[in-house]
Write a protein that binds this ligand. Sequence first.
Ligand code: FEO
Length: 164
Amino acid sequence: MISKTMQDAVNEQINKELYSSYLYLSMAAYFEGVNLSGFAKWMHLQADEEREHGMKFFQHLADRGGRVQLKAIAAPQTDWKTSLEAFKQVREHEAAVTASIYALYELALKEKDYPAQVMLQWFIDEQVEEEKNAADIVQQLELIEAKGTAVLMLDHQLGKRGKE
Ligand code: FEO
């Protein structure tokens, strides 16, 4: 059975993942509003992934006799000045999520919670990809920001993303 300390920390992480989903859904709404449907699609899929992350933690707690306790999800920002500003925020947000996953892993080490350590390995790998994806898009946007047509090409490319 999972310890109370770990249970509380995992419940906090569920909230962070669900907030991430809400933030990216808000970014999807922003991109829909400025008629960049490829960016919007990317954000919708990202929001779905974050919900799945939350559910992985949810199921881990439930499977180990823990009690899932959902907390209020903060209202996300609703507007951004540019696509670049939004993706810079994604990059920063993912770095913060990585830090919280590392803190959770350190707690699992301290608590000698081996199942949580194994479960968190998946998230540690996932965060490498999450941070890379955001950094790559920021870099591309920085290269092409001055040329509006190039942004539309990137929008087309993002729109090709399939369910992963
Ligand atoms: Fe659930 Fe984007 O990390």
